[in-house]
Design a protein around this ligand. Structure first.
Ligand code: IMP
Ligand code: MG
Length: 172
């Protein structure tokens, strides 16, 4: 049996999501923004976050995996589902569930610039900096967490536990 222990409560998470939403509202007043949600893990965070935004916002999804050794500056990016609206000259906020090694989000950021984005910011609800291989500057960060495997609030272990409303540590 998997052992599940709460690390961050549902109430603390939603309060933080509201704070991030308020900050984005301040930063992007009257500017067009496109949210690019990194599937699958960030689907719940994205759904909560965009409902705190008080201006019209475009929303797209991308699913990708990055493979790469730490010696390689940027891992190879494999896109499994691509953005379906134009990115050119737009301000983009990449929305992630968790940043671990940093390889996925750095490659995604480069990819969005390749597609012609004007500006790309990174927003993550959880940051696990201990295993970072690629330095990334995070513009909006919810919680810095210790180097544990976590599930819930969109994050999975073997495709399960995404539906937990809080963030939990899992011991297998
Ligand atoms: P990285 O930053 O390229 O290492 O990849 C981050 C991705 O790995 C995240 O988007 C998650 O999908 C996954 N991931 C990393 N740490 C965890 C965890 O603790 N639980 C669940 N998924 C994780
Ligand atoms: Mg992910």
């Amino acid at each position: 049996m998997d052992k599940i222990e709460e690390l961050i409560s549902e109430q603390a998470i939603i309060k933080k999501v509201e704070e991030i939403g308020n900050q984005i509202n301040k930063d992007f007043q009257n500017n067009k923004v496109m949210i690019v949600s990194v599937l699958k893990g960030s689907f719940i965070f994205t759904a909560d976050l965009v409902r705190f935004l008080n201006f019209p916002v475009e929303i797209a999804f991308i699913a990708a995996s990055s493979y790469g050794a730490s010696t390689v500056s940027s891992g190879e990016l494999k896109i499994r589902y691509d953005i379906d609206i134009p990115v050119k000259d737009k301000n983009v906020i990449l929305v992630e569930d968790i940043i671990d090694t940093g390889l996925t989000i750095s490659r995604l950021k480069e990819y969005l610039y390749e597609l012609g984005a004007k500006d790309v910011r990174i927003c993550t609800i959880f940051d696990k900096p201990d295993r970072r291989e690629k330095q990334v500057s995070i513009d909006y960060c919810g919680f810095v967490i210790p180097n544990e495997f976590v599930v819930g609030y969109g994050l999975d272990y073997n495709n399960k536990y995404r539906n937990l409303r809080n963030l939990c540590k899992i011991t297998i």
